[in-house]
Design a protein around this ligand. Structure first.
Ligand SMILES: NC(=O)c1ccc[n+]([C@@H]2O[C@H](COP(=O)([O-])OP(=O)(O)OC[C@H]3O[C@@H](n4cnc5c(N)ncnc54)[C@H](O)[C@@H]3O)[C@@H](O)[C@H]2O)c1
Length: 283
């Protein structure tokens, strides 16, 4: 059902709404006159989003929030309850990206990405679900990535966090459905945002690979945001906006043996590096 009809009070929390996909989602909801709580660690970016939301005639509330801190997410939900009387949609979006070989990624960087990308979703869900259950209504959208479904090489830590977000979302979808609470998980492929700002990798070539993929991305972040909203209105489970993501996921599900054989061949031959113009010997 259309989200505006399903949730006439139009109250939403979006983590990481100061930039990229979170910001694009916030502005799309603001255009539909939703009241947006911006849960963001970067205060100046959060304020910029808030100003743009207000210019669209919607209400914006900034909640300084570090998603690696459970207490910050609890505080954000409390703020929404106090200021808006409840929460209709929670989007756990904030995240960072990384590349690298499994054994070369430092333990510190494993912890870093685990905390920001995966534990944050646990904290966000734990903070909001009791309220949604009490309301007997609501919707959770977790932002994962196609990386969590198809697991491309040299992205082990990022893939792991996003696969975890998908597992959480799939579990909650069944668990919360008897209560009328919806759950979807967004799985985009590369979109041009500020995601590379915080990118970490032990080798330079993984940064070049990621930059190459970003430069080839076709859909804008606004189109992806609109697609996510439309898909949630249709109660879609896995929201895959781009054609490459749809194709890879379809191939892996239906022909897993062939999928891995072809992936390994392409990887061994270095075709991805050639396609992106990256020197495969570089470390
Ligand atoms: N851009 C892509 O290609 C792509 C593809 C698939 C999935 N995603 C996912 O989309 C989500 C949004 O990423 P984006 O591409 O818009 O990146 P972005 O860097 O433009 O935006 C991420 C936002 O999260 C915020 N953030 C980072 N750490 C935080 C923390 N500890 N607490 C609170 N906020 C924090 C940042 O300040 C920033 O505003 C991420 O989860 C990312 O993994 C992005």
């Amino acid at each position: 059902m259309d989200l505006n009809k399903r949730f006439p009070q139009k109250r939403i929390i979006i983590t990481g709404a100061g930039s990229g996909l979170g910001k694009a989602l916030a502005l799309e909801f603001a255009k539909m006159k939703w009241n947006v709580v911006i849960a963001e660690i970067n205060d100046s970016r959060a304020q910029e989003t808030a100003d743009e939301i207000k210019a669209l005639g919607a209400k914006a509330i900034v909640s300084h929030c570090d998603v690696t801190k459970s207490a910050d997410l609890e505080k954000t939900v409390e703020t929404a309850k106090k200021e808006l009387g409840g929460v209709d949609i929670m989007i756990n979006n904030a995240g960072v990206s990384a590349g690298g070989y499994m054994e070369k990624i430092s333990l510190e960087d494993w912890e870093w990405i685990l905390n920001i990308n995966l534990k944050s979703v646990i904290y966000g869900c734990r903070a909001v679900i009791p309220l949604l259950k009490k309301q007997k209504s609501g919707y959770v959208i977790n932002v994962a990535s196609s990386a969590g479904l198809v697991c491309l090489p040299e992205m082990c830590s990022y893939n792991m966090t996003k696969a975890g977000v998908i597992a959480i979302s799939d579990t909650l979808r069944t668990e919360l459905s008897p209560l009328g609470i919806g759950v979807s998980v967004a799985c985009p492929t590369f979109i041009k945002t500020n995601l590379m700002d915080e990118f970490r990798s032990p080798d330079a070539r993984q940064r070049k690979l990621a930059e190459g993929f970003f430069s080839k991305s076709i859909l804008s972040v606004e189109i992806v945001a609109k697609h996510i909203i439309k898909s949630a209105s249709r109660n879609k489970m896995h929201i895959i906006s781009q054609i490459d993501g749809k194709y890879l996921w379809w191939s892996k599900r239906h022909f897993p043996w062939l999928y891995f054989k072809i992936s390994a061949y392409i990887y061994k031959k270095g075709y991805i590096y050639k396609y992106l113009g990256v020197n495969s010997d570089e470390v």
